[in-house]
Design a binder for this molecule. Sequence first.
Ligand code: NAP
Ligand code: MG
Length: 488
Amino acid sequence: MSTPTPQLPPLKLFINGEWVDARSGATLSTVNPATGQPIAQVASADAQDVDLAVRSARAAFEKGPWAKAPPMARSRVLTRIADMIEARGEELAALESLDNGKPVSAARMADIPSAANVFRYMAGWATRMEGEQLPLAGRPQGQFLAYTQRDPMGVVGQIVPWNFPLLMAAWKVAPALAFGCASILKPAEQTPLTAAALVAIAHEAGVPPGQLNLIQGLGHSSGAAIVAHPDVDKIAFTGSTEVGKMIVRSGSDTLKRISLELGGKSPVIVMGDADLDAAVKGAAHAIFFNQGQVCTAGSRLYVHESIYDKFVERLVAVASALKIGPGLDPDTQIGPLVSDEQLRRVAGYVDIGRKEGAGVAVGGEAVGGAGYFYRPTILTDVRQSMRVVQEEIFGPVLVATRFKEVDEVVAHANNSIYGLAASIWTRDVSRAHAVARAVQAGTVWINCHHVMDAAMPFGGYKESGWGREMGSAALEMYTEPKTVCIQL
Ligand code: NAP
Ligand code: MG
């Protein structure tokens, strides 16, 4: 089955229910990472466009029908968006593959159905903005009625990265709309296409004008303008730790609510008693899925010394057998990295690793020719202080270490500025729970990796972020609690 070239979505900004050019007329080029050739020119916003989007969002939030509607009406629209994403799944998967480079098979299996699921799940939360009745502690009972309620947070700026463009947009937009907020969505400059498709779907599904606005453009210009804007109540950001820190500095001027999903360097811990077949497969998936461009990539492998040599040998065999090719080829398992910049970054890190004394068990080079392809790579003989062990590479590069004692591997796992996720591979239930407790990570998987679900709160310890998205945590993200006290 070959994948047809997808139809492009509108290449403009979406402000107050209309597709418009940037006021300055500026555009940016989005590139096909499999060829290095431009796909299309997309409008590129600056502060004046952001201001229009914020005004339209504010008007929709204050005066529009959405936040005041019966929650079930919002629920119905979100469910319709989920249905439409599913119905257009093939088209969206192809678009995502074209723009980001990822294998279309992965987009079909992961990105698109997960995006639909988030809308379907959040549709249920629209009717669950519950508060509590509070019996007062220091007053005679019956003289006061006190309760809490949850108000939508207001106008929210939602800035997302390029690794799962549609899915990350869905993670942001679905809960914001469920709770009645008005959104200004900004996708990454490398991957503008599926966010535009999503906004078009939301409009068609019945999200009113101004409630969801799309700002395309550059982070340091349009992204920074959203963060600096005094009439934006909250920033929800997914991206690098470096930009997350800039957002905190800028957003603090207006004391915006800020939530951050940032980088990671997640450990994969394989005990001596692990199911070897499952663990090898799991470790390969943990690092090579999406070319390693995953915030939860299992980029540090720790294997018990009793099985280390055999394990690495088998993992090398898996890595060398992965089929590298253009994402739109349905047989491709490893597509190109997203950009030339990312290719250079990954190659640069592997060179740093070599200079630091790491061995290259497999890969360690770009494929060459057109497109931004890099071979799945495993570095061995690493020390924990090396930059390739400490820093997020965000590519298909794994560093492998052997360990002897459980305490030792837990200390290694926690020796990181990050704390996003971890996986533990073992047949020993008690040890699995003990290590899960000891590891500093927002998500711990046991005998699996990268399992995400709309019902599971997700976020990071330490420099991996602030706050949790998904599940019941979405309520904290997009609502303000209010206490009301009545003298009876
Ligand atoms: P990035 O460079 O931080 O960019 C993320 C988004 O922020 C993009 O839309 C970007 O726009 C925008 N941006 C850049 N500078 C900005 C500024 N000064 N003010 C406001 N916005 C700005 O990250 P990336 O390279 O796209 O994505 C990879 C990173 O995301 C990795 O570190 C990864 O771990 C992290 N990530 C985390 C999670 C999670 O849930 N924890 C999930 C996915 C990815 P431009 O594209 O125009 O620069
Ligand atoms: Mg692109």
